[in-house]
Design a protein around this ligand. Structure first.
Ligand SMILES: [Zn+2]
Ligand SMILES: [Zn+2]
Length: 302
């Protein structure tokens, strides 16, 4: 059994092999931003992102192991026996099923405050470059795999699922850049691109909670969360209430503390629960606003 763990985390984890390319591309982006005087990198912010990425990788050895064994357990009750055979079309089906799962995992992370408390750290930088991609959460790993469990039950082998999750993560690295503008229409129409993901990292009200895609932007187009980057509205990176810190512990925990403070001051039990499970920004006294409320307010002011 333990051989399986070593095999899974040491040699079959594609992210491991991608790390040198991550740093190579960060080097290229640094050169381009220096050459074009873009001034997008800042040392402390970058160090914070790299620390979050490193911490996340370590925690994931544990969380991925647990998820893997839950998936293995579910796999014995699989609906489709034939998917076991690793036919190439199983990978094609998995590609779509995984990306669909990622979309809902990511969208939920933006619409349930407890999950947002874990995910927000990926959005906490006010800078946007390739190193921001590595600003990965330490706590999201404890729930994200539950969105993929149904794939094992369907009949995809857990090793395939874990591998596809890693491939998706690698794909999402290159889209964290300001050095690539809009790509040709067919690509922008189908795939998640730097342009689409810049919108996702925006704190501008009109861009909030849009483009939750992993690899394919089609899910946002289908489920109504797509927003095109508008050159007239330059993206302001970060979150609505920026935390202005490079302390990894604060980056990882600040929203959990925020929830705790709100739960304590909430007058009723149902309000306390709403502070945990309602969308971020919900408040019992209107002192803060959700994305939907802010967007309705902005629409009214026109
Ligand atoms: Zn997000
Ligand atoms: Zn991102």
């Amino acid at each position: 059994m333990w051989e399986a763990v070593v095999l899974l985390f040491d040699t079959t984890n594609p992210v491991l092999y991608a790390i040198p390319f991550f740093f190579l591309l960060i080097g290229v982006e640094l050169y381009v931003s220096y050459r074009d005087r873009m001034d997008i990198y800042e040392t402390k912010d970058t160090m914070a992102s790299l620390t979050m990425g490193l911490g996340s990788a370590f925690i994931d050895v544990f969380t991925k192991s647990v998820a893997f064994f839950i998936m293995l357990w579910l796999y014995q009750f699989r609906i489709f026996e034939d998917l076991l055979a690793f036919h190439w079309w199983a990978w094609v089906l998995l590609f779509f099923a995984d990306d669909f799962s990622f979309y809902w995992h990511h969208r939920s992370s933006h619409s349930v405050r407890l999950l947002w408390a874990a995910h927000v750290n990926h959005h906490s930088s006010q800078r946007y470059h390739l190193a921001t991609a590595l600003r990965q959460s330490w706590t999201e790993l404890f729930y994200k795999y539950f969105f993929y469990m149904w794939l094992a039950l369907l009949g995809f082998h857990p090793i395939m699922i874990i591998t596809q999750i890693a491939i998706s993560l690698i794909y999402q690295f290159w889209i964290h850049t300001q050095t690539i503008g809009k790509l040709p229409f067919p690509i922008e129409f189908v795939f998640n691109t730097p342009s689409h993901h810049r919108v996702h990292h925006a704190s501008n009200v009109e861009y909030l909670d849009r483009n939750h895609a992993g690899i394919l932007i089609i899910w946002d187009r289908i489920f109504g969360t797509f927003k095109e980057e508008n050159p007239q509205i330059p993206v302001v990176y970060g979150i609505v209430q920026n935390i202005n810190t490079n302390n990894p512990l604060k980056i990882a925990t600040h929203e959990f503390i925020g929830i705790w403070q709100d739960v304590r001051r909430a007058p009723t039990l149902s309000d306390k629960l709403r502070y945990i499970f309602n969308p971020p920004g919900w408040s019992h006294d209107g002192s803060k606003l959700t994305t939907k409320e802010m967007q309705e307010e902005t629409a009214d002011s026109y």
